[in-house]
Design a protein. Structure first.
Length: 345
């Protein structure tokens, strides 16, 4: 499930010298689940991504399904990321990858770089990280048994500590824990450059790959970019996107922390069906604009699935047993995902 902003960005291959010194990134995390084999990454920064059209919003994080994840940041160079990828694919342990990245930095300045690695080695989680002495303050990283959290240009250590606390104290799968960790950094000026704007950052992403996913196409990817002028909080908006497509235990995301989704920034086709009445009382009618086979899911504000069915024609469904509140109805078909918000009276 991939949801991105309307401004689609190309994968980074070559950067100008200006981009090499400007494309820094601040707080991020990689983690693995030794039980499910899932690997995932999150990140956010005050970089204005529209200035770097060579980049996807999630460029700094690479997932290797069934193997691990590597985040490359701080005075980022794609050549170093390419080298890290080759080492992971060759089967080297995280500590060996870090040592080799430091010893073979493309510009010979590993003190400017920051890396976080989490991997599955013979089925067991192993982690390693590097924070160069020349990386912009505040900088640090935290290693856990199955995760690495790293950041630079930070408000302070509290950003990393809060991310770790949320990750460790959240119920649910790896994706739920990662989303909670990102919410831990949801504080004004988490990336200190964004303090004047009143936000934590300007863009954020989350992605998780299943063991059978292909490299570069994780099963779950949500990302958000905000404008430079009058920005909104990207982590809150990312939470809304995440909640639309992924369920977590009810108590893992407090209801009052999930804002309405800014409808003008989603790459979601909302004209695939008509939904009425809205608000609804006992019945909800779905009129398809294109015939086909669809999987129907209704999720509550906490992302829990409360109704599922298959649909291949117009239908009226009984929602009388649902509690009053906000819901999202999604239809997944061959052409993509269609989503609409609705309210139960």
């Amino acid at each position: 499930m991939h949801i991105r902003p309307i401004l689609a960005l190309a994968l980074p291959f070559l950067l100008s010298p200006l981009m090499r010194v400007s494309a820094q990134d601040t707080f991020s995390m990689v983690a693995v689940d030794s039980v499910t084999g899932e690997v995932g990454g999150i990140g956010a920064s005050c970089v204005h991504m529209a200035q770097f059209p060579q980049f996807e919003t999630d460029f700094l994080s690479e997932l290797f399904p069934g193997k691990g994840a590597i985040n490359s940041q701080a005075w980022y160079l794609p050549e170093n990321q390419d080298y890290a990828r080759s080492l992971m694919n060759a089967g080297y342990a995280p500590s060996v990858i870090i040592d080799s990245l430091v010893a073979n930095d493309v510009q010979g300045t590993p003190e400017l770089r920051q890396y976080g690695i989490a991997a599955l080695v013979d089925g067991s989680p192993v982690t390693a990280a590097h924070t160069g002495s020349g990386t912009d303050d505040y900088k640090n990283h935290i290693l856990g048994p199955n995760y690495s959290i790293q950041g630079n240009i930070l408000l302070g250590q509290q950003v990393l500590d809060s991310m770790e606390y949320n990750f460790l104290n959240t119920e649910g799968d790896l994706a739920c824990k990662l989303m909670a960790a990102l919410q831990g950094a949801n504080m004004i000026g988490a990336d200190s450059r964004c303090a004047p704007r009143g936000t934590s950052s300007l863009f954020a992403f989350l992605k998780v790959a299943q063991p059978n996913d292909s490299f570069g196409t994780p099963s779950l990817l949500v990302s958000i970019e905000t404008p430079l002028v009058n920005p909104f909080e990207p982590i809150d908006s990312l939470q809304s996107l995440f909640t639309l497509v992924h369920g977590c235990p009810a108590d893992s995301v407090p209801e009052d922390t999930i804002p309405d989704v800014p409808q003008n920034i989603l790459e979601i086709e909302e004209e695939g069906f008509i939904l009425f009445p809205n608000p609804a009382d006992d019945e909800l009618t779905i009129q398809l604009k294109e015939t086909g086979e669809y999987a129907l899911v209704i999720r509550d504000i906490n992302g829990r699935s409360v109704y599922e069915d298959n649909l291949n024609a117009n239908a009226t469904i009984d929602v009388s047993t649902l509690a009053a509140g906000k819901y999202t109805l999604g239809l997944k078909g061959a052409e993509g995902v269609y989503l609409k918000h609705w309210v139960k009276n």
